[in-house]
Design a protein around this ligand. Structure first.
Ligand SMILES: [Fe+2]
Length: 228
């Protein structure tokens, strides 16, 4: 009972930071330089503490083994949520120009909302938690919780840590900011529409909305979920 888990991080290199922007080019659209730099740092830190070399190596799934894309990676999802969240803002601003939304927080929050997934999806962590769930839980922390930790650790503002935490189930227990609501619904919408369009592996859709009837899609289901 004394073999407590000490987390090991590999060094954060310039190459690792560069891979973050290569996989999430929308990071360059974050106007505030401090937010942009720390968004990159958050992903670099999370990746360095995992078995994943870069974001596009993380499976395109909502949770480990659940809501699994038949084609595409976690980068595909993150970019889609960022684009959808900004389009939601644009839609309302075009009709109601008096609304106040921080676009930079929406974009940064969308790109960082799943920054805890390198930890929760790490095959080494999944195997460890599976081997003895009584030791530190299963998972020890969900990606939303670990993601909030990463955001605060690298100095991202509370507003972004809140989006990382509140976009997922944990958000049901707190009051959510306006920008968090936008990212949360963009995220959930993205997964549910992907499911309805037949873009998910049917056996992974157990936690999807029960009203979804996925459309059959002529697409090679054996294709790697990690392929771009
Ligand atoms: Fe997501």
């Amino acid at each position: 009972m004394n073999n407590r888990t000490v987390r090991v991080h590999r060094p954060i290199t310039a190459e690792l930071r560069a891979s973050v922007t290569e996989d999430l080019p929308e990071i360059d659209d974050i106007e505030d330089q401090d937010l942009r730099t720390k968004a990159i740092e958050a992903w670099a830190y999370a990746l360095a503490g995992s078995s994943f070399a870069r974001i596009r190596d993380i499976p395109g799934e909502g949770n480990p083994g659940q809501l699994s894309l038949r084609r595409g990676t976690q980068a595909t999802h993150l970019r889609g949520v960022a684009s959808l969240a900004l389009r939601i803002v644009d839609e309302f601003q075009s009709t109601f120009p008096e609304i106040e939304v921080d676009r930079d927080l929406v974009l940064t929050g969308a790109l960082c909302h799943a920054v805890g997934k390198p930890y929760e999806f790490d095959p080494a962590n999944l195997a460890r938690w599976d081997a003895d769930p009584s030791a530190s839980g299963q998972p020890a922390l969900r990606h939303s919780v670990y993601g909030a930790h990463v955001c605060l650790l690298v100095g991202l503002p509370e507003e972004i840590a809140h989006i990382a935490l509140g976009h997922s189930r944990e958000g049901q227990h707190i009051g959510l900011s306006t920008e968090c609501i936008i990212v949360r619904y963009a995220d959930h919408t993205w997964w549910m529409i992907a499911g309805a369009l037949g873009l998910m592996k049917p056996e992974s859709m157990g936690i999807a909305d029960p009203i979804i009837r996925a459309r059959a899609l002529d697409m090679p289901i054996a294709e790697s979920a990690n392929s771009k």
